[in-house]
Design a protein around this ligand. Structure first.
Ligand SMILES: Nc1ncnc2c1ncn2[C@@H]1O[C@H](COP(=O)(O)OP(=O)(O)O)[C@@H](O)[C@H]1O
Ligand SMILES: [Mg+2]
Length: 367
């Protein structure tokens, strides 16, 4: 007997600076869900969230994925549509039939627990971390506090609030200079893609960097700069977490800023990373510990700084919905670890069911 295919809802785009990357990630996930043995397992409906946060049904989503013109979005097809208010105003047609949601959204309004809250309220399984893991993983202050509590090594840092800058900028600059020194990195807590991040080599650059970051987010992080290689590890699973081979990001720039990340040819990946096996093993166990520290499950990419002269390894960050384009580290690390795209996305859907059953069971037990 063949079972009817499971109805999946692939949701992508999003009101985030990583909107365009999300569209490319969704195209890769969709190819995986429609390829190989998955073709008979899944029926996939795509849903698009535009940059204003409005949801669009499969007919529009498919055209966005194909790169075709979509007059509805600009209001050209329907003048009334142009004045649609921004934000979520209810689910589009077809969404209530979805049995498992697959969010492929990066950054704010998608990787941060907001859409995970919606799916939780709907009581429908979804791929990836729940509200807590997504929210903690997104906010660099909360993430760092969770890593520190778990005893994970991080470069020296300070968590600050923009109001401290307004109240006593002189005092704040002195505090940063005394505890971290130069050069240091200034980061808004909730952005991604290196947006709003700057490297400061002196007091003037530090003040300017703090002002730029504070304009984006009142929650700020300042870190001591390290000279280090950048390693990444992919994690997969719910109760049983598995870590991939490591990858390294190499680039011809002082640091991995927005331009270097997204300009063709300015960076490349080395998979597997050329590091001692014992170091790779240590990074893998730290990656799993990092997922547990922030309560992430399903999928995550954990990023590290590695100083190969001292052998020191620091955790930099966790991404709970990492880039998933055909050129992205996450699917490529799994490919190199023996898990091709079709198997990877199938495991992610199975994981969605597993975490749903786990949460449901726990709720039932305490009801
Ligand atoms: N403490 C640091 N020392 C050296 N380089 C850093 C440090 N913090 C950030 N960077 C550089 O900035 C990049 C972006 O920082 P990251 O914290 O990963 O932000 P995002 O979440 O936007 O990716 C890193 O990949 C690295 O190149
Ligand atoms: Mg990063």
């Amino acid at each position: 007997m063949t079972l009817p295919p499971t109805q999946l809802g692939l949701v992508f785009g999003g009101a985030s600076g990583e909107h365009a990357v999300s569209i490319r990630s969704a195209a890769t996930v969709l190819a995986g869900l429609r390829g190989g043995a998955n073709a008979g397992r899944y029926g996939v409906s795509c849903f698009y969230i535009d940059e204003q946060g409005r949801w669009w049904p499969p007919a529009v989503a498919q055209r966005v994925l194909n790169g075709d013109p979509v007059p509805e979005l600009s209001g050209a097809a329907d003048p009334a549509g142009a004045s649609l208010p921004a934000g979520f105003r209810g689910l589009p047609e077809g969404a209530l039939e979805v049995e498992v949601w697959f969010p492929v959204l990066h950054g704010p309004n998608g990787e941060d627990g907001t859409i995970q809250g919606l799916f939780t309220l709907m009581q429908v399984p979804f791929v990836g971390s729940g509200v807590l893991g997504s929210a903690v993983g997104m906010d660099k202050q909360a993430m760092k506090a969770a890593f520190a509590a778990a005893g994970l090594p991080q470069v020296p840092y300070l968590s600050l609030d923009a109001s401290e800058l307004q109240a006593d900028s002189e005092g704040l600059l002195k505090q940063i200079e005394t505890s971290l020194g130069y050069p240091c990195f200034v980061k808004p807590a909730n952005m991604g893609s290196s947006v709003g991040i700057s490297k400061a080599g002196d007091r003037a650059a530090l003040l300017a960097g703090l002002q730029v970051a504070a304009a984006l987010d009142p929650r700020l992080v300042v870190e001591q700069a390290v000279r280090a290689r950048e390693l990444e590890c992919a994690v997969l699973g719910v109760r049983q977490l598995r870590a991939s081979v490591l990858g390294e990001i190499r680039f011809d720039a002082d640091w991995y800023d927005y331009e270097t990340k997204y300009s063709e040819g300015l960076s490349h990946m080395v998979i597997p990373a050329d590091v001692p096996e014992a170091l790779a093993e240590k990074a893998r166990s730290m990656a799993i510990a990092a997922c547990r520290a922030v309560a992430a499950d399903g999928l995550s990419r954990v990023d590290f700084f590695y100083d190969d002269s001292s052998g020191e390894l620091w955790i930099n960050e966790i991404n709970t919905l990492p880039g998933f384009t055909s050129q992205s580290m996450y699917p490529m690390l799994w490919q190199a670890s023996g898990l091709p795209l079709e198997d990877l996305v199938h495991e992610l859907v199975l994981g969605a069911r597993e975490s749903f059953a786990q949460r449901h069971h726990l709720r039932g037990a305490t009801a």
